[in-house]
Design a protein around this ligand. Structure first.
Ligand code: HEM
Length: 561
C-alpha cells in the first residue's frame, strides 16, 4: 500500500496543458495516475478552480470599487448642507410618489439650508439642488452631461442619435452644426424667407381657425408641429400627405417616452411596451420618408454630423443636401434619430409656450389689445409680415419672454457630471454622478432679482433699460445663451432655455418664430375664451396657480380689416 501511493508523486503530473505537451505524454507519468484520463480529470479540476478564483477576485475587485465609490459619495455628500435623513429622504420620496409640488418642497429646504441643498434619492443616488444665480451659472457650465434617463428616453424613441444623449462628448459637434443651421435662419437679410413658412401655415390653417372653438392644447401642438416641421424639412413638409399621421404619432411617442425609459430593464413582456415600440418604428419610417422627400426637393434638411459641419459653408450657400449620397448607413440612422429628437423636443416645448401665451391672451384682454396695436403700428401697412416688422414689436418679444419666465417647460433643469467631481467656487464639492437640479420657478421668480412682483405676469419688466432685448436675435458667436440683461443676476436667473454647456440650441430661433406666429395670428384674429371657460378663468387670473388652469377652449374670431 505504502509502496504504491508513496511512489505516486502528484507533482509529477504536469500542472498545465503546456507542461503535459512538453513531457513525453501520459506514458512518462507515474503509473498510479492512471494514464491520460486521470491527467485530464485533474487538469480540469485545477483549471476550474483557477477560473473560479479569477472570477471571485474580479467580482471582489468590482465590489470593492463600488463600495469605495459609495463611501466616497456618502462622505462628499454628507459635507453638503441638507436634511439628516439617511440614504433616502422620506419627504422627497413622498413628493415623487404622489406627484406633489417639488418646487415647494425644494423651496422649504433652500430656506433652511441655503443656496445648495443635498438630498438622498436612494442609497447610491444623490440629488443636489442649486438656487443661487452665480452658482447656477457655474453648475450649468461645468456639469456638461445630461442625466442618463434623459438619454435613454431619446434613445428609446429615436434609436441612435447624437443630440440629447447623456454624454457631452457625443453631442458636442452636432450641437455646433445645428447652431450654424439655425443661425442661418436667424441671419436677417441672409435668408428672409426663413419665416415665410408661418405665412403658409396661417394660410393652410384658416379652415381650422374657423371652427366654433378650438382646444388650446391641441391647437398649440398643431402650430408648433407645423412651424418646426416646415423649418427642418422646408417646403416638402407643407405638401406632404402623411402630416396628419406623423403629427399623431409624434404626440403619442412624446407622451409615453419618459415612462418607458424609467424602467431599468426594458419590459419586453408588456404588450403596451411593445405597442410603444411599434409606434416608434412607424415614426422612424415616416421620418425617413420626409427626409427623402425633402432631399428630393433639394430643400432644407441639413446633415447634423461632423462631416456636414465641415461642409457647412457650402450648405449655407444653399446647397443643403450636398454629400447626401456619400453618407454611410450609420450616419443616415443618426441623422434620422437627431431629426426625430429635434421634432419631439422642439414641438413639445414650443407647444407649451404657445399654449401658455394663448391662455394669457384670454385671461388678460388688455394684453391682447396692446399687442394688436403694436402689431398694426409695426407692420407699416405692408401686406406680408416681415422679420424686420417683428423685430420692432418689443412688447410682443417681451410678452414671449415673460411667458417663458413664468411657466417653463419643466420644473427642474437637470444636469450631471458623469466622470468628474465638481468643485464649486463656494468650496462645495459635488461628487461625480450626482443629479444636479436647478428649480426653475424658484430662480425665475426670485423676488431679490425680479422685484416684489416676481410672481406676476408683467411683460414691461423686459422693456426696462437694463434689458437687452436685441440680444435675443443676435446670432450667438460661440456663447451658449443670450446676454439678456446688464444685470448679471437677471441674465443668470432667466433659464427657460437652460444655460451653459448644454443650453438650448434653438432658443433664439424659437423666440423669434413664436413671436412671428403670435403676430400673424393676432393680426388677423381675436382670441377669446369659450363662454364655458370665462368664469373659471376669471377666478384664477391673479394667481401663481395659472398652470393649473384647465385646457382652455378658445374661439378665434376673424378681425374686420
Ligand atoms: C419654447 C421652445 C423651447 C424650449 C422652452 C426649450 C428648452 C430647452 C431646454 C430647457 C434645454 C436644456 C438646457 C440645459 O440643460 O441647459 C434645451 C436643450 C436643447 N434644445 Fe431646446 N427648447 C425649445 C425649443 C427648441 C427648438 C425649436 C430646438 C431646435 C429646433 C431646440 C433644440 C435644442 C437642443 C439641440 C438642445 C440641446 C441638446 C443637447 O445638448 O443634447 N429647442 N431646450
Amino acid at each position: 500500500m505504502a509502496s504504491s501511493t508513496s511512489s505516486c508523486d502528484s507533482t509529477a503530473v504536469p500542472f498545465t496543458l503546456l507542461g503535459a505537451l512538453l513531457t513525453a505524454g501520459p506514458a512518462a507519468w507515474p503509473a498510479c495516475v492512471g494514464g491520460g484520463r486521470a491527467f485530464l480529470r485533474d487538469y480540469a479540476q485545477r483549471g476550474t478552480n483557477a477560473l473560479l478564483w479569477a472570477v471571485l477576485l474580479a467580482v471582489t475587485w468590482v465590489l470593492l470599487l463600488r463600495v469605495a465609490a459609495l463611501l466616497r459619495l456618502w462622505a462628499l455628500g454628507s459635507r453638503i448642507p441638507g436634511p439628516r435623513a439617511l440614504l433616502a429622504d422620506p419627504g422627497l420620496a413622498d413628493v415623487l410618489r404622489t406627484g406633489g409640488d417639488i418646487t415647494g418642497f425644494l423651496s422649504k429646504l433652500h430656506s433652511s439650508y441655503g443656496p445648495v441643498v443635498r438630498l438622498w434619492v436612494g442609497p447610491s443616488q444623490l440629488l443636489v439642488s442649486v438656487k443661487d444665480p452665480t452658482l447656477v451659472k457655474e453648475v450649468l457650465t461645468k456639469a456638461e452631461d445630461k442625466l442618463p434617463l434623459t438619454g435613454r428616453t431619446y434613445n428609446l424613441a429615436c434609436g441612435r442619435l447624437s443630440l440629447f444623449v447623456s454624454s457631452f462628448e457625443k453631442v458636442k459637434s452636432t450641437r455646433e452644426s445645428l447652431k450654424i443651421f439655425l443661425n442661418e435662419k436667424l441671419t436677417i437679410g441672409g435668408n428672409l424667407n426663413s419665416f415665410k413658412v408661418i405665412d403658409a401655415i396661417m394660410y393652410r390653417s384658416d379652415s381650422i381657425m374657423s371652427k366654433d372653438f378650438l382646444d388650446s392644447r391641441s391647437f398649440s401642438w398643431h402650430m408648433a408641429f407645423n412651424i418646426i416641421g416646415a423649418t427642418l424639412f422646408g417646403d416638402a413638409f407643407l405638401d406632404w400627405s402623411d402630416t396628419v399621421t406623423y403629427e399623431e404619432l409624434l404626440m403619442m411617442v412624446a407622451k409615453d417616452g419618459c415612462f418607458w425609459a424609467s424602467y431599468a430593464v426594458c419590459p419586453f413582456w408588456k404588450p403596451s411596451y411593445r405597442r410603444y415600440q411599434t409606434l416608434c418604428a412607424k415614426l422612424k419610417i415616416l421620418t425617413e420618408s420626409i427626409i427623402r422627400k425633402s432631399r428630393d426637393q433639394n430643400s432644407s434638411v441639413h446633415h447634423f454630423d461632423q462631416r456636414s459641419y465641415q461642409k457647412s459653408e457650402g450648405m449655407m450657400a444653399g446647397h443643403s443636401l450636398l454629400g447626401a449620397a456619400e453618407e454611410s448607413l450609420s450616419s443616415e440612422e443618426e441623422i434620422c434619430g437627431n431629426i426625430m429628437g429635434l421634432m419631439l423636443h422642439g414641438i413639445s416645448t414650443s407647444a407649451n409656450l404657445i399654449g401658455n401665451i394663448l391662455t394669457r391672451l384670454i385671461v388678460f384682454p388688455k394684453l391682447q389689445d396692446q399687442l394688436h396695436a403694436e402689431i398694426v403700428a409695426a407692420c407699416n401697412e405692408s401686406s406680408e409680415l416681415e422679420v424686420d416688422d417683428v423685430l420692432r414689436m418689443r412688447f410682443l418679444l417681451a410678452t414671449v419672454c415673460e411667458s417663458a419666465r413664468l411657466l417653463p417647460a419643466g420644473p427642474l433643469l437637470q444636469r450631471c457630471s458623469l466622470k468628474h467631481d465638481l468643485t464649486l467656487g463656494s468650496g462645495i464639492t459635488v461628487p461625480a454622478g450626482a443629479i444636479l437640479v436647478v428649480p426653475l420657478n424658484l430662480v425665475q421668480m426670485d423676488a431679490s432679482v425680479w422685484g416684489n412682483d416676481a410672481g406676476q405676469f408683467n411683460p414691461h419688466r423686459f422693456l426696462k433699460k437694463d434689458i437687452v432685448l436685441g440680444d435675443i436675435l443676435a446670432a450667438p458667436s460661440g456663447s451658449n445663451g443670450m446676454n439678456l440683461s446688464t444685470d448679471c443676476a437677471k441674465t443668470e436667473s432667466f433659464l427657460p432655455f437652460g444655460s451653459g454647456s448644454r443650453a438650448c440650441v434653438g432658443q433664439k430661433f424659437v423666440i423669434l418664430a413664436i413671436s412671428m406666429f403670435i403676430a400673424s395670428l393676432l393680426r388677423e384674429y381675436e382670441v377669446q375664451p369659450h363662454p364655458s371657460l370665462s368664469k373659471e378663468v376669471g377666478s384664477k387670473v391673479d394667481s401663481s396657480h395659472f398652470h393649473h388652469l384647465p385646457n382652455s377652449k378658445i374661439i378665434l374670431t376673424k378681425r374686420m380689416i
